[in-house]
Structures are given as C-alpha cells and as structure tokens.
Ligand binder design. Structure first.
Ligand SMILES: [Zn+2]
Length: 105
C-alpha cells in the first residue's frame, strides 16, 4: 500500500484507530498539549508502520503539526545518521557545474 495515497484517503480519515486516538487525546498534542480548540492542527503520527492500513490505537500518537514535524525530523536524522555518506552524494551536493545566477540582476 502506498503511504501517501493511504494518508490522503477516506480510509485513513475514517480509520477507527485514528479516530480513537484523536478522541483519547481530547484534541490535544501528546507532547506539548496544544489544543485543537485553540486553533492548533492536531495530526496523527504513526509510531510504527507495521500495521499500515489496519492500525491499532497504540500504533498512533496525536501530535500538533509542529511537534509532528519535529518528531519526523528527529526520526529522519537518526535514520540517516547511520548511513555512510557515499562519494557520489558529496559530488552532488557540491556540484558547481551550474553557475549560481540571480535572474533579478
Ligand atoms: Zn505539540
């Protein structure tokens, strides 16, 4: 199952585990207690993708959009920290074959 397609689907929006987590959190971020009632966007984070599409509530965590972004960034950094950089990746980062030109000048 493709993650992006699933997250944008009605199946995810009406997922009983997702709705149960939102109800259990009472519209608050589990990390910072930001409230949906005060305008914060509350999202549901997958703590695991093991049961993607048939999640249990314990697989999910209600987070405000800021905490959700921070958690995803933390997890991504930890995941990539284990990777050994390859020479070809470094070349791509420092590819100066294309000159940096400011088109407004
Ligand atoms: Zn938060």
């Amino acid at each position: 199952m493709r993650y992006r397609k699933y997250i944008e689907s009605d199946a995810w929006r009406s997922n009983p585990a997702r709705l149960a987590e939102l109800a259990a959190s009472r519209g608050r971020c589990r990390l910072c207690s930001a409230r949906a009632s005060r305008g914060w966007r509350i999202e549901v984070h997958h703590a695991t993708y093991r049961r993607l599409g048939r999640e249990r509530r314990v697989d999910l965590i209600a987070l405000c959009s800021c905490c959700h972004r921070d958690v995803e960034t933390f997890l991504r950094r930890r995941r990539y920290a284990r990777r050994v950089p390859l020479r070809r990746d470094v070349v791509r980062v420092h590819d100066f074959r294309r000159p940096l030109v400011d088109p407004t000048r």
